[in-house]
Design a protein around this ligand. Structure first.
Ligand SMILES: [Zn+2]
Length: 75
């Protein structure tokens, strides 16, 4: 699937949601925001702009996160 996002935009949006990622931009596993995560269970792929949590099964892509940052999700 092809999204109209540059790698920089993907990184920016992913960093906004997954704070761990801001520290290590090439990190592939970060703490999941969808469940209480004690270890990094969220696998992110910045090349494809997708994420998948192997602990709670939450998954999505850059578009999902874009909605998230716009406040469509509430804790
Ligand atoms: Zn999770």
């Amino acid at each position: 699937m092809n999204y109209n996002f540059t790698k920089d935009e993907i990184i920016e949006i992913f960093c906004e949601v997954f704070k761990d990622l801001c520290i290590h931009k090439n990190q592939q596993n970060v703490s999941c925001i969808f469940h209480e995560d004690r270890k990094p269970s969220m696998s992110v792929n910045l090349d494809k702009g997708v994420f998948y949590c192997f602990s709670c099964g939450e998954k999505g892509n850059i578009v999902t996160l874009k909605k998230y940052t716009k406040g469509n999700f509430n804790e």
